[in-house]
Write a protein that binds this ligand. Sequence first.
Ligand SMILES: *[C@@H]1O[C@H](CO)[C@@H](O)[C@H](O)[C@H]1NC(C)=O
Ligand SMILES: *[C@@H]1O[C@H](CO)[C@@H](O)[C@H](O)[C@H]1NC(C)=O
Ligand SMILES: *[C@@H]1O[C@H](CO)[C@@H](O)[C@H](O)[C@H]1NC(C)=O
Ligand SMILES: *[C@@H]1O[C@H](CO)[C@@H](O)[C@H](O)[C@H]1NC(C)=O
Ligand SMILES: *[C@@H]1O[C@H](CO)[C@@H](O)[C@H](O)[C@H]1NC(C)=O
Ligand SMILES: *[C@@H]1O[C@H](CO)[C@@H](O)[C@H](O)[C@H]1NC(C)=O
Ligand SMILES: *[C@@H]1O[C@H](CO)[C@@H](O)[C@H](O)[C@H]1NC(C)=O
Ligand SMILES: *[C@@H]1O[C@H](CO)[C@@H](O)[C@H](O)[C@H]1NC(C)=O
Length: 695
Amino acid sequence: MAAGPWLLLLCLVAGAALQARAQPDSKGFITVDCGLSEETGYVDDTTKFFNVPDAGFIDTGTNHNISAEYVVPIMLKTWYSVRSFAGAGVRNCYTLRSLEPGLKYMVRARFLYGNYDRLDRFPAFDLYIGVNYWLTVNISGPDAVVFEEAIVVVPENFLQVCLVDIGAGAPFISGLDLRPLKRTLYPHVTPAQGLTLVNRLNFGPTNQSSFFRYPVDPHDRIWDTFFPKYREDPLLPGLERISTTERVRNDDFFEVPSAVLQTAIVPPSVSGNIYFTWYPRPTRIDPTPGHIVILHFAELQVLPRGSVRQLNVTLNDKPWYTSSISPFYLSDLMVNNTVPFNYDGRYKLSVEATSNSTLPPILNAAEVFSVFPTTNLSTDSQDVSAITAIKAKYRVTKNWMGDPCVPNDMAWDRLTCSYGATGSRPRITSVNLSSSDLNGDISLSFTNLKAVQYLDLSNNNLIGSIPDALSQLPSLTLLDLSGNQLDGSIPSGLLKKSQDGSLNLRYRNNPKLCPNGNSCQLPPKKNSKLALYIAVPAVLLVVIVLVTILLICLLKEKKQGSMNNSITPQNETMTDHGTENVIADDRSLRRLESRRFTYKELEMITNNFQQVLGQGGFGYVYSGFLEDGTQVAVKLRSHSSNQGVKEFLAEAEILTRIHHMNLVSMIGYCMDGEYMALVYEYMSEGTLQEHIEGM
Ligand SMILES: *[C@@H]1O[C@H](CO)[C@@H](O)[C@H](O)[C@H]1NC(C)=O
Ligand SMILES: *[C@@H]1O[C@H](CO)[C@@H](O)[C@H](O)[C@H]1NC(C)=O
Ligand SMILES: *[C@@H]1O[C@H](CO)[C@@H](O)[C@H](O)[C@H]1NC(C)=O
Ligand SMILES: *[C@@H]1O[C@H](CO)[C@@H](O)[C@H](O)[C@H]1NC(C)=O
Ligand SMILES: *[C@@H]1O[C@H](CO)[C@@H](O)[C@H](O)[C@H]1NC(C)=O
Ligand SMILES: *[C@@H]1O[C@H](CO)[C@@H](O)[C@H](O)[C@H]1NC(C)=O
Ligand SMILES: *[C@@H]1O[C@H](CO)[C@@H](O)[C@H](O)[C@H]1NC(C)=O
Ligand SMILES: *[C@@H]1O[C@H](CO)[C@@H](O)[C@H](O)[C@H]1NC(C)=O
């Protein structure tokens, strides 16, 4: 029939979409085949899961295939390839997106070394879930298949699983699974505590060579049929398996599938017991992690009249659960501990019949977990989204993987973070991307780093205009944009902050940038609001201009009687404490005819302000030489001087007057961010001295 091709097409479309967006499937599952070279992914014949390649989840590491000698025919395809992080930096992270914040998820990382690097060296490395250390993977051999499973609450709408190089061989990974769990499942898992699977056991299954997972278990937990990892003692001899074909109800927190509960083991006699053992697995942060044990009992037989099955659980030969469990017929009875057990040696859990019991004990299923803290908080989410967008826009590589600030010792290069009180999230307080080959315009995401104090973007290839929104950053005290290709004018908000001393603004060496709105080819002023914006930063310059104009006019009037009324200052009244400010337009500025220097130019002229000629009230005067050899004196307004601006302008007036007395001629001025300077011809020691003292 036609349904077949249509279904196939649907599957293909769904598959392509999955790959494109690297998102959970309709069940919320993500199944990643790490190191897969294919672009589209595939449906696994055995598990029926759609395996996606890992390229959509990570951008570091390299793909490798395991050596042919470790490929066995029944092996799932997912084991054939690995992603390796040899030489890829200390921390490398997979980011699983489109999750539901606050929900519990099961994370399963899978490893098969298979001598993929032909080095025959088995690595050990750390795994982190988000910002919290999870465990250390220690590969014991080329064909060791390692599953590590955790259940955690995911605080954000994404989850990162990070592999951290600890200097014991290159981290690698074969596969990664993510499965959402119901909120009610595993009450031991909280935002502050995760569970690591030690063992998940299905006792007495019919077929020892198969294990249950999806679809038998809708949560895709893998129920082992034996004790693969921590088995020390074999089950006591003579254990019998019992089973039923009736459905077994599971109304508790754990939703154990009926198929798992339908089989159980019993010792041959009432005096026999069922026990299993395991060893705690030390982690980097806890040599003896606590353990949670969850046991499931269900009666599978209709008991003869007068017979009793009643049991007791002991741990390391001490009573744990002594309130005499009598399993219900075809219904799960669950027992678990609330406070984690803590032993530093072997754990031995034993199920025994009580003295009243006429039947031996029974056990259907068990899960053993160790706990790990997930108390460390990730960086403020707004900061994370902003810096992530910045990383993507400028394709920053460095070590920018995982959380920007946490853990402390893996924080991103060129960032500084503040780690506040416990319970508060770290914030990004400085970003220094100077000389980092940034191209394009200044990302607006910088304006979302609300706690940033220092922002250094100097010496890149940034183009476009400076976003005014940068002036809205409440804590910004240093903004270095120098050495770029920025154009337009400095936004008034920034200029204002720079002038009132709250912001150290640097933007020299941007050839196309007009430090003051007036000198740029501004569009015609359309309304008074725009004029108002221009007014504030322009005022200072305007005073210089007007004074100069006035003097020039006076002089010219004396000489020539009258001049054309070519100077038409545009008057704008601002009711600011009763003072009247006047705005000049471009034409009046050109009238000044004195040269405007950038700070960079002054540095060159004065050879980095090497020779001090003297010190006036508002700063130092330096000696320098123009390109044509003219010796000049450069008076630099010290920005530690608070009331300097007004007086500095007074000096402009004085200098202009002096110019006309042919004593010292003003050559130019510099208004470059926080820097203000006057450049005048260097006449003689005496004149200059006079002049300086006159101030
Ligand atoms: C791994 O094997 C597959 C199929 O045999 C091949 O297409 C792919 O290119 C190989 N990948 C690498 C990294 O060698
Ligand atoms: C949490 O952070 C502290 C301090 O950095 C660290 O000592 C601890 O190991 C971290 N815990 C986890 C689970 O990563
Ligand atoms: C990994 O296991 C080997 C063998 O048990 C041990 O010698 C080594 O110290 C372990 N490495 C780490 C990092 O735990
Ligand atoms: C065990 O299960 C596997 C897979 O389900 C099947 O191939 C095999 O035949 C079964 N063996 C027995 C003895 O039933
Ligand atoms: C199982 O553990 C949960 C969470 O700690 C607890 O609320 C519950 O009482 C425990 N139940 C049993 C039967 O042990
Ligand atoms: C359960 O086991 C403990 C330890 O063996 C024993 O002291 C206690 O009496 C038992 N409880 C019952 C009800 O038999
Ligand atoms: C065990 O049997 C005795 C005698 O029948 C009875 O008194 C006691 O309550 C029973 N204990 C339990 C835990 O059922
Ligand atoms: C940014 O880094 C460069 C080079 O590491 C350094 O010279 C500069 O001072 C830093 N900027 C700030 C604001 O600390």
